[in-house]
Design a protein around this ligand. Structure first.
Ligand code: HEC
Ligand code: HEC
Ligand code: HEC
Ligand code: HEC
Ligand code: HEC
Ligand code: HEC
Ligand code: HEC
Ligand code: HEC
Ligand code: HEC
Length: 331
């Protein structure tokens, strides 16, 4: 009995070990940067609270957000991109949990997350946190390839990137924040503590992923496609390693695998595409691309987004050589 328990334990350790080899390469960059001053005089980082007219039980449920003004000020050209009234005051002057007249009853939730933005009188659209990030990853070439073929799930892990734990915050400070009564210096101290407590980013250990994969389920007119699996992963990871926005939102490295191996939980051995994409139209899922289209749409969707010059989509034989008559006969 004891031996069996021991074996089981060893097996579990081995499994956990294998998974951590793949997913935890601790070459992380230290998140805490020491809060230097901003050029604008705004606090370098601050905690944004769900400011509310009345004690709001729902507001207490959502953790506050740590916003790094310094990082944003460095990358976003115009103050007005965010401070859309031209006056750099708190957003909560006009946008509270309930909404108020000064903000045309645009709630705090809408001001921070809306992606279906309405143009205001001057024809401009004001950016929310989420809409601006979305614009960035849809437009920048290093991001747009994956993001062409991925629909982010906006799940709990996503919320938690912004709505973070602030380890040193007391209940009283939270209530003061909600009532908009917290002293600026206390707010800054909380933001500092939260940034210092952030876990370092870990990257996918691509060396553990398959080097080349031969894709041959369909091969008929063409020879099988020999896919540079590992090189793709390395190249994609390298493109975004130094980007703070990508780092923050891809903190779990298995996201890289799930770009192509979608609709599956993170695993070292994802199912083959053919297990969900049948070769002829699947009557149960008529909207789902058949296998050939699934490959083409995924390969080419990303290449288009990243503006990959070679192979071009029309360059059929760069991905699969045409079979010769002799091979055809021997098949
Ligand atoms: C890009 C950053 C970001 C992400 C991602 C994000 N939020 Fe927020 N959210 C904010 C900011 C900033 C505020 C305003 C400050 C605050 O309320 O703490 C806010 C406020 C809110 C509010 C209104 C205040 C309250 O507590 O009632 C709700 C509700 C909310 N978020 C829910 C969510 C949920 C649910 C998710 C995930 C599905 C999410 N947020 C993801 C930035 C984000
Ligand atoms: C990416 C968006 C963004 C950009 C760009 C930006 N800010 Fe801010 N700023 C914010 C947010 C969000 C807050 C927090 C507001 C709150 O507390 O509700 C803030 C807060 C401030 C505050 C403190 C306001 C207060 O009363 O608490 C000042 C001052 C400020 N910003 C000035 C500037 C200046 C000057 C620029 C241009 C150099 C600038 N900001 C660029 C988003 C931005
Ligand atoms: C002085 C008041 C005021 C302040 C401060 C303010 N807003 Fe607004 N905001 C408004 C008004 C009013 C609207 C309604 C649209 C309009 O008339 O421009 C609006 C609209 C928006 C919208 C568009 C919502 C939609 O439905 O399309 C977003 C997003 C937004 N604000 C974000 C912010 C953020 C982020 C901040 C802080 C950096 C901020 N606002 C600060 C008054 C304000
Ligand atoms: C106008 C565009 C814009 C808006 C609005 C915006 N961001 Fe960002 N955000 C950026 C850019 C650009 C970066 C990457 C900065 C860099 O590359 O150095 C970034 C990076 C981040 C990061 C990762 C870096 C970090 O702080 O750890 C987080 C988290 C984040 N933003 C949260 C927010 C929140 C919360 C809001 C709303 C209060 C917001 N952003 C509004 C453009 C924007
Ligand atoms: C290797 C592919 C890949 C690359 C390259 C990539 N992303 Fe992503 N990204 C993803 C995947 C997959 C998700 C969705 C994860 C999920 O659904 O949980 C995601 C989610 C995000 C999110 C959160 C979703 C949202 O709507 O707010 C942000 C922000 C983001 N990426 C920014 C970037 C930026 C900025 C770049 C370029 C510097 C970039 N990404 C490059 C694969 C990639
Ligand atoms: C970016 C790479 C790429 C490009 C470019 C590409 N394909 Fe494919 N194609 C694939 C992959 C991967 C498969 C699946 C291979 C398999 O399962 O044998 C495939 C399969 C096929 C198949 C089914 C297999 C067979 O041998 O009958 C046909 C037909 C095909 N492609 C035609 C084309 C044509 C025509 C073009 C040019 C207009 C083209 N492809 C361009 C990647 C590509
Ligand atoms: C750029 C897209 C892409 C990324 C990123 C990617 N893969 Fe793949 N992978 C593929 C394709 C395409 C296949 C061939 C699947 C098929 O034909 O069914 C494949 C095949 C595999 C296979 C072999 C499956 C088999 O049974 O032959 C394994 C194992 C695998 N991938 C693991 C991973 C892991 C782990 C990661 C993350 C570290 C990853 N992949 C990232 C595209 C990708
Ligand atoms: C576990 C099942 C599963 C696997 C494995 C799978 N897919 Fe999919 N795929 C889906 C589902 C579900 C959809 C969404 C359409 C639908 O609702 O039927 C989809 C949609 C697609 C689309 C259309 C665009 C989109 O994202 O909606 C492409 C392209 C695609 N898959 C390519 C691939 C490729 C290439 C592979 C292998 C690397 C693969 N899929 C593996 C389930 C799967
Ligand atoms: C998520 C993005 C992405 C997907 C999906 C993707 N590629 Fe690529 N591919 C790239 C990028 C980026 C390059 C540019 C070369 C580099 O940086 O290594 C590239 C380059 C290539 C090249 C030329 C270099 C080489 O490795 O030989 C081939 C061939 C290729 N891809 C085939 C494919 C095939 C076949 C598929 C689908 C099974 C595919 N790619 C899917 C991003 C992608």
């Amino acid at each position: 009995m004891r031996n069996r328990t021991k074996l089981l334990l060893l097996a579990v350790i081995a499994l956990v070990g294998a998974a951590s080899l793949l997913f935890r390469e601790p070459e992380g960059i230290q998140a805490a940067k020491g809060m230097e001053q901003t050029e604008s005089g705004a606090p370098a980082a601050m905690v944004l609270f769900p400011v509310s007219e009345k004690p709001n039980p729902r507001a207490v449920g959502m953790k506050p957000v740590v916003f790094n003004h310094k990082i944003h000020e460095g990358k976003v050209q115009e103050c007005e991109s965010c401070h859309h009234t031209g006056d750099p005051v708190s957003c909560t002057t006009c946008h509270t949990v309930e909404g108020k007249a000064e903000g045309k009853f645009v709630t705090l939730e809408r001001a921070m997350h809306a992606t279906n933005l309405r143009a205001s009188k001057d024809g401009k659209k004001h950016e929310s946190c989420v809409s601006c990030h979305q614009k960035i990853y849809s437009q920048r070439q290093e991001c747009a390839g994956c993001h062409n073929i991925v629909t982010p799930r906006h799940n709990d892990a996503w919320c938690a990137v912004c709505h973070t734990d602030i380890p040193t915050m007391t209940k009283e400070q939270l209530q003061d924040g909600i009532a908009n009564n917290l002293l600026p210096k206390d707010n800054a101290a909380l933001a500092d503590a939260a940034i210092a407590a952030k876990a370092p980013v870990s990257y996918v250990n691509h060396k553990r992923a398959r080097y080349k994969v031969t894709i041959d389920t369909l091969a008929k007119t063409y020879e099988p496609n020999v896919f540079n699996h590992q090189r793709h992963i390395v190249s994609l990871a390298d493109k975004i390693k130094q980007d703070p926005l990508a780092q923050a939102f891809h903190a779990s490295p298995e996201i890289y695998c799930q770009t192509c191996h979608h609709h599956t939980p993170a695993t070292t051995h994802p199912s083959k595409c053919v297990s969900c994409h049948t070769q002829t139209i699947d009557k149960q899922n008529p909207g789902r691309p058949v296998l050939k289209a699934a490959y083409h749409l995924q390969c080419m969707g990303c290449h288009d987004g990243m503006n990959v010059k070679r192979p071009r989509n029309t360059d059929c034989t760069a991905c699969h050589k045409l079979r010769t008559a002799k091979q055809e006969a021997s098949k």
